[in-house]
Design a protein around this ligand. Structure first.
Ligand code: COA
Length: 259
């Protein structure tokens, strides 16, 4: 697949998707959002890929937000459409992907950039990263899930303060808030994420996909406990479950077929 704004390395079990508009601090324009959707859709279908790392190119930014130049003259209707389309194509799509997605936050993650990092299943940041939702300083609100995912991750009061002040936080605060799970040097960021990905890859792909579904259900309008019960039961019908339990009883390492 050929892309103009992203790089996809899908040669290994851990695929790396890099948003590649460094001169615009990797701002998310329409084409980039579509390309990310297409890449994630293809990686989800690729049986060789177990985990995906999402990062930004250059040393300065993960993603500095939605591309402001594209929506500055939008009408109310166009604004609503922009948000709905972004949710569907990218932010909800990534959150509900059946394979684990790790955000490697290598610099500014602002507005849509932080929203994208929050849509990933968890985040690792480099020391230079700065995070925030500056939308109200532009006369708009976070429209790619930020008003929902930020309070889910850090609590309502902290989220309200961050959104209302439009300010950026550094990695010490982000770590304290639980917005990122780990902070490492920029040079070590991808390698660190790859190690986590490789640990995850030892586990059952089917069970991982059910775990993502069950965890996400609790943050939707559905009952997370019901989803967990359903997904737990479904695991018993999978080849991965047979292999995982047999391997344990036979005292050997599991080799999951992913079915
Ligand atoms: N949309 C479109 N272009 C963006 C952008 C965005 N969200 N963020 C950065 N860029 C562009 C700049 O316009 C500039 O382009 P130019 O060189 O053609 O003028 C280039 O990226 C470099 O950014 P610059 O502002 O010169 O870098 P900086 O180091 O001085 O500042 C930031 C870095 C992140 C503080 C600043 O770029 C910024 O505030 N960006 C917008 C953040 C934001 O409000 N995001 C939420 C959008 S809803």
């Amino acid at each position: 697949m050929k892309f103009n704004n992203i790089l996809v390395n899908d040669k290994e079990a851990t695929a790396i998707v890099t948003i590649n508009r460094p001169t615009k601090l990797n701002a998310l324009n329409r084409e980039t959002i579509q390309e990310l959707h297409d890449a994630f859709e293809a990686l989800e279908k690729d049986k060789g890929v177990k985990v995906i790392i999402l990062t930004g190119s250059g040393e300065k930014a993960f993603v500095a937000g939605a591309d402001i130049s594209e929506f500055a003259d939008f009408s109310e209707k166009e604004g609503g459409k922009l948000s709905a389309k972004g949710h569907k194509l990218l932010f909800d799509f990534v959150e509900n992907l059946s394979k684990p997605v790790i955000a490697a936050v290598n610099g500014f993650a602002l507005g849509g950039g932080l929203e994208l990092a929050m849509a990933c299943h968890f985040r690792v940041a480099s020391h230079n990263a700065r995070m925030g939702l500056p939308e109200v300083s532009l006369g708009v609100i976070p429209g790619y899930g930020g008003t929902q995912r930020l309070p889910q991750l850090i609590g309502k009061g902290r989220a309200m303060e961050l959104i209302m002040t439009a300010s950026m936080i550094d990695v010490d605060r982000a770590l304290g808030y639980g917005l990122v799970n780990h902070v490492v040097s920029q040079e070590q960021l991808i390698e660190f994420c790859q190690k986590l990905a490789s640990k995850i890859s030892n586990n059952s792909p089917v069970a991982l996909s059910y775990a993502i579904k069950a965890v996400n259900a609790g943050f939707k309008n559905s009952n997370g406990y019901d989803e967990e019960i359903k997904a737990f039961g479904a695991c018993f019908g999978t080849e991965d479950f047979k292999e995982g339990t047999s391997a344990f009883l036979e005292k050997r390492k599991a080799d999951f077929p992913g079915e």
